[in-house]
Ligand binder design. Structure first.
Ligand code: DSN
Length: 443
């Protein structure tokens, strides 16, 4: 029943090698469809990810157990509602699964209430807005190129079409959040909601200060901790939960779980959040995802996970130090988290060109705009690195120093990407994906 996706692809290939065709693969009453194109693509992706190092800050490598849970027969269930209040019969075991996920999320983060049904981080954010804003209301959120997120009221997102977004950002000198400016903007714009967190801010955030600014103007505080939730769970990054009225996150980044999002909130907002998720935004529950969330929360409560969270940050700091020691410029001169932003203008190339050069060398990271960047969004003047995935793979500080040296030399064009690729391939062989070191499994 539980088949790892590499095995599925392998099984299709094996069938092809044995001359099994869709016509001959009749299984009982139904036809077992043999999908060679899809099998080839899945196998290709498996091979690509095994042979490269992912430094994409929003990626991680889910454990085999997580993949098995998400691929389980739980996918058959089409149910709506909440535990004890379903619109379908036969939910006694599903209720246990969702209740487990809710209880573990509450315990792990010390929250009053958790909704574990959002299909994604963007849906979790939308649920918060639906719960506390009316169309046209003002939210004060971080600018995308300063580290915010698309779903924090940008014009291209439904959130920017539904609500009036005023943007705050970082200080030009320090490239850290300008809290005085947030306080001034809050006083002037009187937002109903202040939003913090996002996709590309490398430093700790002062949640206490943000809450006090929110309180001073009667606003609510929402923290999107999608990127650093695993670091919070592991005690390596300050928790926003005691300060924020709403905290949202996803499971697949630093949490190293499966897919989907979660909303945590303070008790007075619990009913509104639940109503916003269902029936406000979604209908059927993605049961295997909810089950994988329950498992991720159990894993994240272990000492091993705490060590993983600390190591993720230690690796990011080693990568940052290695790059800066060679003369590179990083936004805010470093990092407190799993991610860092490298300014590539000193190499005379764009973020898109840097991304390609590093990819050719076996390092996957993505182009990113920098604070006050004037280049187009699809180009950027920087690249963003994150260390969650390589830390799951088992890499440590000395590997980060190697990668920093090779990346700097490739960007400075003193080392061809092919040479870097050889070293990366050797690391990948030594630290293969999805060995069972990540967690102990279901039993
Ligand atoms: N914003 C995307 C990222 O950080 O890569 C994920 O939502």
């Amino acid at each position: 029943m539980h088949i790892y996706h590499g095995q599925i692809a392998g099984r299709f290939t094996d069938m092809a090698n044995r001359g099994v065709t869709p016509e001959s693969a009749v299984n009982g009453g139904g036809c077992l469809i043999f999908d060679e194109e899809l099998a080839t693509a899945i196998q290709g992706e498996l091979k690509r990810s095994e042979g490269m190092l992912s430094f994409v800050a929003s990626e991680n490598h889910a454990s085999k157990t997580t993949i098995e849970i998400q691929g389980s027969m739980l996918t058959d269930r089409a149910i709506e509602g909440y535990p004890g209040r379903r619109y379908f019969p036969g939910c006694e075991w599903i209720d246990k699964i969702e209740t487990l996920a809710i209880r573990r999320a509450i315990d792990l983060f010390g929250a009053d209430h958790a909704n574990v049904q959002p299909h994604s981080g963007t849906n979790a954010n939308l649920a918060v807005y639906l719960a506390c804003l009316n169309p046209g209301d003002t939210m004060l959120a971080m600018d995308l190129s300063h580290g915010g997120h698309l779903s924090h009221g940008t014009k291209v997102s439904i959130t920017g079409k539904m609500y009036r977004r005023v943007a705050y950002g970082v200080d030009r000198q320090t490239e850290t959040i300008d809290y005085d400016n947030i306080a001034e903007l809050a006083e002037k714009e009187r937002p109903k909601l202040i939003v913090a967190g996002g996709s590309a801010y490398p430093r700790f955030i002062d949640f206490k200060r943000l809450r006090s600014i929110a309180d001073s103007v009667g606003a609510l505080l929402h923290v999107d901790m999608a990127h650093f939730a695993g670091l919070v769970a592991g005690g390596a990054y300050p928790s926003p939960v005691p300060h924020a009225h709403f905290t949202t996150f996803t499971l697949y980044k630093t949490m190293r779980g499966g897919r989907g999002g979660v909303v945590l909130c303070q008790e007075p907002f619990a009913a509104a959040v639940d109503k916003a998720v269902f029936p406000g935004l979604q209908s059927a529950v993605l049961v295997p995802f909810v089950a994988a969330k329950a498992y991720a929360f159990k894993v994240a409560a272990t000492d091993e996970f705490k060590a993983y969270a600390r190591q993720t940050i230690a690796n990011a700091q080693a990568l940052a130090s290695g790059l800066m020691a060679r003369g590179a410029r990083l936004v805010s001169n470093g990092t407190d988290s799993h991610l860092l932003l490298l300014d590539v203008t000193q190499f005379g190339i764009t973020g898109a060109e840097a991304e390609q050069a590093l990819y050719d060398g076996g390092i996957v990271c993505n182009r990113n705009r920098l604070p006050f960047d004037t280049s187009p969004a699809g180009v950027g003047s920087g690249v963003r690195f994150g260390t969650s995935a390589v830390t799951s793979r088992g890499l440590r500080e000395d590997h980060m120093n190697d990668v920093a040296g090779l990346a700097f030399d490739v960007l400075a064009k003193v080392c061809p990407p092919e040479k870097m690729r050889e070293r990366v391939a050797a690391i990948c062989r030594e630290y293969p994906l999805r060995v069972d070191r990540q967690d102990a499994g279901l039993l």
